[in-house]
Design a protein around this ligand. Structure first.
Ligand code: 13P
Ligand code: SF4
Length: 351
């Protein structure tokens, strides 16, 4: 990265001292992650944001839904800044509040809403988290989805899982003993989600038709191909991958889990990793004694995570030094109150 920008970022951070706390998601660019005070998966970053009451400014190097969650979990006095407002998440955009309200109306008319617990993946807008909080549900991340679902099934007989069909299906089928037939796919673009009343009544898991376009690129062929090319390779994937990919993999988990697994792996072992490329490249560089490769032959960055680059970070920090807050992320108080209930429920999950 540009040495002048590196020096400017370092100077601005030093000038701000403990007033600023920089959080960095594991998918961030190297040039940005070097300035993070803490790195983590989305669960760890939510907890870290909540645990920094002294920082006046939280600069969130990640995507919009993470910054919104940080705003909800921090005090009113603290300001959360996303260095580039275009850093969204295409998966989060796949569930819009009006669509979810329509789905809930469908379940209400069928008489099953009272027995349905909404669960949303962290990768969703504050509006969706607010909806879930209003209806007694919980937020989950890729590191606690099973615990969140266990809790949800103690509250009701059915779960509406938003917005990632893959995390929902993979957790229910591979970790909780549900069958594929227990899950149905609700398409928000079709009347009644494209499902019959019987399907909606009988399903245990109603999965929203959302997915991550980055992880969606890994296929069963990617797994078979790498196993053929690299005998003995361990396949380690994120649960946002398709069901057949996760089923064929050796290990599955959040970004934090992926890092810990590689750190604990013996020298000489070979790993094909199915997640975002910035993280895989960093792991390969940090562990030259292990053979670490990307699961697919094609490159696969998350384009919105990559929007946060060093020029944007420098700009946001230097503006703070000048006393100006740019790109602040705020959630309206009513939405925040309900979203907070669903986030607090997640933070209170046992284990
Ligand atoms: P983690 O919670 O595993 O960091 O995942 C966040 C994400 O956006 C993955 O695509
Ligand atoms: Fe969203 Fe996928 Fe990017 Fe994660 S990797 S932020 S789910 S688009």
């Amino acid at each position: 990265s540009d040495p002048d920008l590196v020096a400017r970022a370092a100077a601005a951070k030093a000038a701000l001292g403990t007033k600023v706390f920089v959080l960095g998601h594991h998918y961030q660019r190297d040039e940005v992650i070097q300035f993070a005070d803490v790195t983590g998966d989305s669960f760890k970053l939510a907890r870290e944001a909540a645990a920094r009451p002294d920082a006046e400014y939280i600069v969130f190097c990640g995507v919009h839904f993470m910054a919104e969650s940080a705003d909800i979990l921090t005090s009113d006095r603290q300001r959360v800044i996303l260095p580039d407002l275009a850093a969204g998440c295409s998966m989060a955009d796949m569930a819009v509040l009006s669509q979810v309200e329509t789905a809930w109306d469908v379940l209400t008319e069928l008489g099953v809403a009272a027995d349905t617990v909404p669960v949303t993946y962290m990768n969703s807008s504050a509006d969706i988290k607010g909806f879930v909080g209003r209806h007694g549900g919980v937020v989950c991340t890729s590191s606690n989805a099973k615990r969140a679902l266990d809790w949800a099934f103690e509250q009701g007989r059915k779960v509406l899982f938003l917005p990632d069909q893959h995390l929902g299906r993979n957790t229910a089928v591979l970790e909780m003993g549900f069958s594929l037939d227990d899950c149905v796919l609700y398409d928000p673009h079709k009347p009644n989600g494209g499902l019959t009343p019987e399907q909606l009544r009988d399903a245990k898991m109603i999965l929203w038709r959302g997915h991550c376009s980055v992880h969606g690129r890994f296929t069963l062929d990617s797994v078979n191909d790498v196993r053929e090319r690299v005998p003995g390779v361990n396949v380690l994937v994120h649960p946002e991958c398709r069901h057949e990919v996760v089923t064929a993999a050796d290990l599955v988990g959040s970004t934090e889990y992926i890092i810990k697994t590689i750190e604990a792996a013996p020298a000489g072992s070979a790993w094909a990793i199915g997640t975002e490329l910035n993280l895989v490249r960093r792991l390969a560089l940090a562990h030259p004694d292990k053979q670490i490769m990307f699961l697919d032959r094609a490159v696969c960055y998350c384009s919105t995570m990559n929007r946060i680059d060093l020029p944007h970070l420098v700009w946001a920090l230097e503006e703070l030094v000048a006393g100006r807050v740019v790109n602040q992320i705020t959630v309206d108080p009513d939405t925040a109150r309900h979203a907070r209930a669903a986030l607090d429920q997640m933070l209170a999950l046992p284990g």
